[in-house]
Design a protein around this ligand. Structure first.
Ligand code: A3P
Length: 325
Protein backbone atom coordinates (compact mmCIF):
# COMPACT_ATOMS: atom_id res chain seq x y z
CA UNK A 1 0.00 0.00 0.00
CA UNK A 2 1.13 3.51 -0.79
CA UNK A 3 0.12 6.74 0.83
CA UNK A 4 1.69 10.13 1.40
CA UNK A 5 5.39 9.33 1.81
CA UNK A 6 7.15 11.04 4.69
CA UNK A 7 3.91 12.79 5.47
CA UNK A 8 3.35 14.63 8.67
CA UNK A 9 0.84 13.37 11.19
CA UNK A 10 -1.70 15.85 9.90
CA UNK A 11 -1.37 14.54 6.36
CA UNK A 12 -2.16 11.04 7.64
CA UNK A 13 -5.29 12.42 9.24
CA UNK A 14 -6.29 14.06 5.97
CA UNK A 15 -5.90 10.74 4.14
CA UNK A 16 -7.78 8.83 6.85
CA UNK A 17 -10.68 11.31 6.76
CA UNK A 18 -11.33 10.39 3.10
CA UNK A 19 -11.64 6.61 3.74
CA UNK A 20 -14.90 4.61 3.85
CA UNK A 21 -16.22 4.40 7.44
CA UNK A 22 -18.24 1.91 9.45
CA UNK A 23 -19.31 1.59 13.03
CA UNK A 24 -17.06 -0.86 14.82
CA UNK A 25 -17.37 -3.23 17.76
CA UNK A 26 -15.56 -1.32 20.46
CA UNK A 27 -15.98 2.20 19.13
CA UNK A 28 -17.47 3.68 16.01
CA UNK A 29 -14.24 4.58 14.24
CA UNK A 30 -13.51 1.84 11.72
CA UNK A 31 -12.08 2.91 8.35
CA UNK A 32 -11.32 0.78 5.31
CA UNK A 33 -7.83 1.15 3.91
CA UNK A 34 -6.71 -1.12 1.04
CA UNK A 35 -9.35 -3.75 1.89
CA UNK A 36 -8.53 -3.85 5.61
CA UNK A 37 -10.64 -2.35 8.40
CA UNK A 38 -8.63 -0.37 10.92
CA UNK A 39 -9.45 1.65 13.97
CA UNK A 40 -8.68 5.14 12.64
CA UNK A 41 -6.13 6.00 15.36
CA UNK A 42 -4.35 2.68 14.90
CA UNK A 43 -4.22 3.24 11.15
CA UNK A 44 -2.24 6.40 11.76
CA UNK A 45 0.26 4.28 13.72
CA UNK A 46 0.38 1.76 10.84
CA UNK A 47 1.11 4.55 8.35
CA UNK A 48 3.73 6.15 10.61
CA UNK A 49 5.43 2.77 11.00
CA UNK A 50 5.40 2.26 7.20
CA UNK A 51 7.14 5.58 6.69
CA UNK A 52 9.50 5.77 9.64
CA UNK A 53 10.11 2.42 11.32
CA UNK A 54 13.43 0.77 10.53
CA UNK A 55 13.70 -2.86 11.54
CA UNK A 56 16.93 -4.13 13.07
CA UNK A 57 18.19 -7.57 11.99
CA UNK A 58 17.67 -8.78 15.57
CA UNK A 59 14.06 -7.56 15.87
CA UNK A 60 11.33 -10.05 16.70
CA UNK A 61 7.71 -9.50 15.66
CA UNK A 62 4.82 -11.46 17.17
CA UNK A 63 1.97 -11.22 14.76
CA UNK A 64 -1.64 -12.08 15.47
CA UNK A 65 -5.14 -11.26 14.42
CA UNK A 66 -6.82 -9.98 17.62
CA UNK A 67 -8.01 -12.75 19.98
CA UNK A 68 -5.78 -15.42 18.43
CA UNK A 69 -3.44 -15.64 21.44
CA UNK A 70 -1.48 -12.37 21.51
CA UNK A 71 -1.27 -12.26 25.31
CA UNK A 72 -0.01 -15.85 25.50
CA UNK A 73 2.49 -15.38 22.70
CA UNK A 74 3.84 -12.21 24.29
CA UNK A 75 4.40 -14.05 27.57
CA UNK A 76 6.09 -17.01 25.87
CA UNK A 77 8.32 -15.00 23.56
CA UNK A 78 9.43 -12.62 26.32
CA UNK A 79 10.21 -15.51 28.67
CA UNK A 80 12.10 -17.47 25.99
CA UNK A 81 14.18 -14.57 24.73
CA UNK A 82 15.01 -13.18 28.18
CA UNK A 83 15.51 -16.44 30.04
CA UNK A 84 19.07 -15.63 31.00
CA UNK A 85 18.04 -12.32 32.53
CA UNK A 86 15.27 -13.40 34.88
CA UNK A 87 14.70 -16.21 37.38
CA UNK A 88 11.35 -17.93 37.38
CA UNK A 89 10.95 -16.99 41.06
CA UNK A 90 11.36 -13.28 40.39
CA UNK A 91 10.01 -12.95 36.87
CA UNK A 92 8.44 -9.77 35.42
CA UNK A 93 5.38 -11.84 34.44
CA UNK A 94 4.60 -12.32 38.12
CA UNK A 95 3.97 -8.60 38.53
CA UNK A 96 3.11 -7.35 35.02
CA UNK A 97 0.49 -8.29 32.47
CA UNK A 98 2.14 -9.79 29.34
CA UNK A 99 0.77 -6.84 27.34
CA UNK A 100 2.94 -4.49 29.43
CA UNK A 101 6.22 -6.24 28.61
CA UNK A 102 6.66 -4.77 25.14
CA UNK A 103 4.62 -2.65 22.77
CA UNK A 104 2.49 -3.04 19.68
CA UNK A 105 4.39 -1.62 16.70
CA UNK A 106 1.26 0.26 15.58
CA UNK A 107 0.94 2.00 18.94
CA UNK A 108 4.68 2.41 19.52
CA UNK A 109 4.84 4.40 16.28
CA UNK A 110 2.29 6.89 17.62
CA UNK A 111 4.26 7.69 20.75
CA UNK A 112 7.08 10.01 21.56
CA UNK A 113 9.89 7.70 22.47
CA UNK A 114 10.97 9.09 25.79
CA UNK A 115 9.89 6.06 27.77
CA UNK A 116 11.63 3.39 25.70
CA UNK A 117 13.46 1.92 28.68
CA UNK A 118 10.25 1.43 30.55
CA UNK A 119 9.10 -0.98 27.85
CA UNK A 120 12.50 -2.59 27.49
CA UNK A 121 12.51 -2.08 23.77
CA UNK A 122 15.93 -0.49 23.68
CA UNK A 123 17.43 -3.84 24.61
CA UNK A 124 18.42 -6.31 21.94
CA UNK A 125 16.60 -8.16 20.60
CA UNK A 126 13.65 -5.77 20.51
CA UNK A 127 10.28 -7.44 20.74
CA UNK A 128 7.17 -6.01 19.09
CA UNK A 129 3.61 -7.23 18.84
CA UNK A 130 1.80 -6.59 15.59
CA UNK A 131 -1.80 -6.87 14.48
CA UNK A 132 -1.00 -5.12 11.17
CA UNK A 133 -1.72 -7.33 8.13
CA UNK A 134 1.45 -8.48 6.39
CA UNK A 135 1.12 -6.31 3.25
CA UNK A 136 0.82 -3.19 5.43
CA UNK A 137 4.03 -3.83 7.40
CA UNK A 138 7.01 -1.49 6.94
CA UNK A 139 9.22 -2.46 4.02
CA UNK A 140 12.18 -3.06 6.35
CA UNK A 141 10.18 -5.73 8.21
CA UNK A 142 8.97 -7.48 5.05
CA UNK A 143 12.25 -7.27 3.13
CA UNK A 144 13.84 -10.67 2.57
CA UNK A 145 17.16 -8.92 3.03
CA UNK A 146 16.27 -8.17 6.64
CA UNK A 147 17.07 -10.92 9.13
CA UNK A 148 14.29 -9.98 11.55
CA UNK A 149 11.98 -12.81 12.57
CA UNK A 150 8.20 -13.11 12.67
CA UNK A 151 6.02 -15.60 14.57
CA UNK A 152 2.37 -15.70 13.56
CA UNK A 153 -0.35 -17.47 15.51
CA UNK A 154 -3.51 -18.67 13.77
CA UNK A 155 -6.66 -19.74 15.61
CA UNK A 156 -9.93 -21.37 14.51
CA UNK A 157 -12.01 -18.38 13.33
CA UNK A 158 -15.06 -19.75 15.16
CA UNK A 159 -13.21 -19.46 18.48
CA UNK A 160 -11.77 -16.10 17.39
CA UNK A 161 -15.28 -14.84 16.83
CA UNK A 162 -16.57 -16.08 20.20
CA UNK A 163 -13.54 -14.63 22.00
CA UNK A 164 -14.05 -11.29 20.18
CA UNK A 165 -17.72 -11.24 21.10
CA UNK A 166 -16.99 -11.59 24.83
CA UNK A 167 -14.13 -9.12 24.63
CA UNK A 168 -16.35 -6.58 22.90
CA UNK A 169 -18.97 -6.91 25.63
CA UNK A 170 -16.35 -6.14 28.27
CA UNK A 171 -14.82 -3.11 26.60
CA UNK A 172 -17.46 -1.53 24.35
CA UNK A 173 -18.40 1.92 25.53
CA UNK A 174 -21.58 1.82 27.61
CA UNK A 175 -22.80 4.96 25.86
CA UNK A 176 -23.02 3.13 22.53
CA UNK A 177 -25.98 0.92 21.59
CA UNK A 178 -25.38 -2.73 22.46
CA UNK A 179 -24.68 -5.15 19.61
CA UNK A 180 -26.32 -8.56 19.31
CA UNK A 181 -24.27 -11.69 18.62
CA UNK A 182 -26.00 -11.92 15.21
CA UNK A 183 -24.94 -8.38 14.30
CA UNK A 184 -21.37 -9.08 15.36
CA UNK A 185 -21.32 -12.38 13.48
CA UNK A 186 -22.41 -10.68 10.28
CA UNK A 187 -19.73 -8.00 10.71
CA UNK A 188 -17.05 -10.62 11.44
CA UNK A 189 -17.98 -12.63 8.34
CA UNK A 190 -17.90 -9.48 6.20
CA UNK A 191 -14.50 -8.60 7.62
CA UNK A 192 -15.79 -5.53 9.47
CA UNK A 193 -13.60 -5.92 12.53
CA UNK A 194 -10.32 -4.23 13.32
CA UNK A 195 -7.55 -5.64 11.07
CA UNK A 196 -10.20 -7.77 9.31
CA UNK A 197 -11.09 -9.70 7.29
CA UNK A 198 -9.65 -12.49 9.44
CA UNK A 199 -9.07 -14.78 6.44
CA UNK A 200 -7.04 -12.24 4.46
CA UNK A 201 -4.93 -11.58 7.56
CA UNK A 202 -4.05 -15.28 7.81
CA UNK A 203 -3.29 -15.54 4.10
CA UNK A 204 -0.93 -12.54 4.16
CA UNK A 205 1.31 -14.24 6.72
CA UNK A 206 0.79 -17.70 5.22
CA UNK A 207 1.96 -16.53 1.79
CA UNK A 208 4.96 -14.79 3.38
CA UNK A 209 5.88 -17.97 5.25
CA UNK A 210 5.70 -19.95 2.01
CA UNK A 211 8.15 -17.53 0.42
CA UNK A 212 10.56 -17.62 3.32
CA UNK A 213 10.33 -20.34 5.94
CA UNK A 214 13.33 -18.79 7.70
CA UNK A 215 11.54 -15.54 8.32
CA UNK A 216 7.96 -16.38 9.22
CA UNK A 217 7.00 -19.23 11.56
CA UNK A 218 3.30 -20.11 11.71
CA UNK A 219 1.93 -21.70 14.87
CA UNK A 220 -1.66 -22.47 15.73
CA UNK A 221 -3.42 -21.76 19.02
CA UNK A 222 -4.73 -25.31 18.89
CA UNK A 223 -1.21 -26.83 18.58
CA UNK A 224 0.05 -24.55 21.32
CA UNK A 225 -2.70 -25.89 23.59
CA UNK A 226 -2.17 -29.53 22.61
CA UNK A 227 1.58 -29.53 22.69
CA UNK A 228 2.95 -26.39 24.33
CA UNK A 229 6.40 -27.87 24.91
CA UNK A 230 7.00 -28.59 21.22
CA UNK A 231 5.54 -25.22 20.21
CA UNK A 232 7.79 -23.40 22.69
CA UNK A 233 10.84 -25.26 21.36
CA UNK A 234 9.90 -24.43 17.77
CA UNK A 235 9.43 -20.79 18.68
CA UNK A 236 12.75 -20.61 20.57
CA UNK A 237 14.61 -22.12 17.61
CA UNK A 238 12.97 -19.78 15.12
CA UNK A 239 13.78 -16.75 17.28
CA UNK A 240 17.45 -17.72 17.42
CA UNK A 241 17.31 -18.73 21.09
CA UNK A 242 17.02 -22.55 20.92
CA UNK A 243 16.84 -24.47 24.19
CA UNK A 244 20.08 -26.37 24.85
CA UNK A 245 20.14 -30.06 25.70
CA UNK A 246 20.97 -29.12 29.30
CA UNK A 247 18.10 -26.66 29.49
CA UNK A 248 15.74 -29.33 28.19
CA UNK A 249 17.10 -31.82 30.73
CA UNK A 250 16.71 -29.29 33.53
CA UNK A 251 13.05 -28.69 32.75
CA UNK A 252 13.45 -25.09 31.54
CA UNK A 253 10.99 -25.61 28.68
CA UNK A 254 8.38 -27.00 31.09
CA UNK A 255 8.95 -24.10 33.51
CA UNK A 256 8.53 -21.61 30.67
CA UNK A 257 5.29 -23.20 29.52
CA UNK A 258 3.99 -23.39 33.10
CA UNK A 259 4.79 -19.75 33.85
CA UNK A 260 2.92 -18.65 30.70
CA UNK A 261 -0.03 -21.01 31.06
CA UNK A 262 -3.56 -19.67 31.20
CA UNK A 263 -4.11 -21.11 34.68
CA UNK A 264 -0.97 -19.56 36.09
CA UNK A 265 -1.26 -16.11 34.51
CA UNK A 266 -4.99 -15.65 34.92
CA UNK A 267 -4.75 -16.43 38.65
CA UNK A 268 -2.01 -13.92 39.43
CA UNK A 269 -3.13 -10.95 41.48
CA UNK A 270 -1.80 -8.50 38.87
CA UNK A 271 -4.01 -10.07 36.21
CA UNK A 272 -7.09 -10.17 38.42
CA UNK A 273 -6.99 -6.60 39.67
CA UNK A 274 -4.32 -4.68 37.72
CA UNK A 275 -4.63 -2.24 34.85
CA UNK A 276 -2.33 -1.85 31.83
CA UNK A 277 -1.81 1.17 29.64
CA UNK A 278 -1.79 -0.18 26.08
CA UNK A 279 -1.75 3.18 24.38
CA UNK A 280 -1.72 6.78 25.50
CA UNK A 281 -5.41 6.77 24.66
CA UNK A 282 -6.40 3.49 26.28
CA UNK A 283 -6.15 1.65 29.59
CA UNK A 284 -7.31 -1.95 29.95
CA UNK A 285 -8.14 -3.93 33.06
CA UNK A 286 -5.80 -6.92 32.90
CA UNK A 287 -8.53 -9.50 33.42
CA UNK A 288 -10.03 -8.68 29.98
CA UNK A 289 -7.14 -10.54 28.33
CA UNK A 290 -8.12 -13.81 30.03
CA UNK A 291 -11.46 -15.52 29.61
CA UNK A 292 -11.51 -19.27 29.10
CA UNK A 293 -8.35 -20.08 27.17
CA UNK A 294 -9.74 -23.24 25.60
CA UNK A 295 -10.26 -24.77 22.15
CA UNK A 296 -13.74 -25.32 20.73
CA UNK A 297 -15.78 -22.96 22.92
CA UNK A 298 -17.67 -22.07 19.71
CA UNK A 299 -19.59 -25.32 20.07
CA UNK A 300 -21.69 -23.88 22.88
CA UNK A 301 -22.18 -20.45 21.28
CA UNK A 302 -22.77 -20.79 17.55
CA UNK A 303 -25.88 -22.08 15.81
CA UNK A 304 -25.42 -24.80 13.13
CA UNK A 305 -26.11 -22.10 10.49
CA UNK A 306 -23.35 -19.89 11.89
CA UNK A 307 -20.91 -22.83 11.92
CA UNK A 308 -21.76 -23.68 8.34
CA UNK A 309 -21.40 -20.08 7.22
CA UNK A 310 -17.99 -19.55 8.79
CA UNK A 311 -16.68 -22.96 7.63
CA UNK A 312 -17.84 -22.15 4.10
CA UNK A 313 -16.00 -18.81 4.10
CA UNK A 314 -12.83 -20.58 5.29
CA UNK A 315 -13.21 -23.21 2.58
CA UNK A 316 -13.63 -20.61 -0.13
CA UNK A 317 -10.94 -18.23 1.06
CA UNK A 318 -8.32 -20.92 1.70
CA UNK A 319 -9.06 -23.08 -1.35
CA UNK A 320 -5.97 -23.48 -3.53
CA UNK A 321 -3.70 -21.58 -1.14
CA UNK A 322 -2.18 -24.65 0.51
CA UNK A 323 -3.23 -23.33 3.90
CA UNK A 324 -4.91 -25.84 6.20
CA UNK A 325 -5.56 -25.12 9.83
P1 A3P B 1 -10.89 -16.88 24.95
O1 A3P B 1 -11.72 -15.64 24.89
O2 A3P B 1 -11.33 -17.92 23.97
O3 A3P B 1 -10.75 -17.43 26.33
P2 A3P B 1 -5.55 -12.13 22.60
O4 A3P B 1 -4.50 -12.28 23.64
O5 A3P B 1 -5.02 -12.25 21.20
O6 A3P B 1 -6.42 -10.96 22.82
O7 A3P B 1 -6.47 -13.43 22.73
C1 A3P B 1 -7.26 -13.62 23.86
C2 A3P B 1 -7.62 -15.08 23.96
O8 A3P B 1 -6.48 -15.82 24.41
C3 A3P B 1 -8.72 -15.33 24.98
O9 A3P B 1 -9.40 -16.49 24.50
C4 A3P B 1 -7.90 -15.58 26.23
O10 A3P B 1 -8.61 -16.25 27.24
C5 A3P B 1 -6.78 -16.44 25.67
N1 A3P B 1 -5.56 -16.46 26.49
C6 A3P B 1 -5.01 -15.45 27.18
N2 A3P B 1 -3.90 -15.87 27.82
C7 A3P B 1 -3.75 -17.17 27.51
C8 A3P B 1 -2.79 -18.16 27.89
N3 A3P B 1 -1.78 -17.89 28.70
N4 A3P B 1 -2.95 -19.42 27.40
C9 A3P B 1 -3.99 -19.70 26.57
N5 A3P B 1 -4.93 -18.82 26.19
C10 A3P B 1 -4.81 -17.56 26.65
Amino acid sequence: PKHLKNGTTDEYEVTIATLPKQNGWVNENLVKYHDTWFNSTTLKGVMLAQDHFVARPTDIFLATFPKCGTTWLKALAFTIVNRNRYDFSDHPLLTKNPQALFPFLEIFSLRDHENEDELEISSSPRLFSIHTPYPHLPESVRSWASACRIVYVVRDPKDVFVSSWYHMKKIRSKELPQLTIEECFKMFCEGVYQFGPYWDHVLGFWNASMQSLDKVLILTYEDLKKNPIDSAKKMAKHLGHPFSVDEEKNGIVEETVKLCSFDNLSNLEVNKTGVTKIASFRYYENHVFFRKGSVGDWQTHLTPEMVEKINEISKQKFRGTGFTA
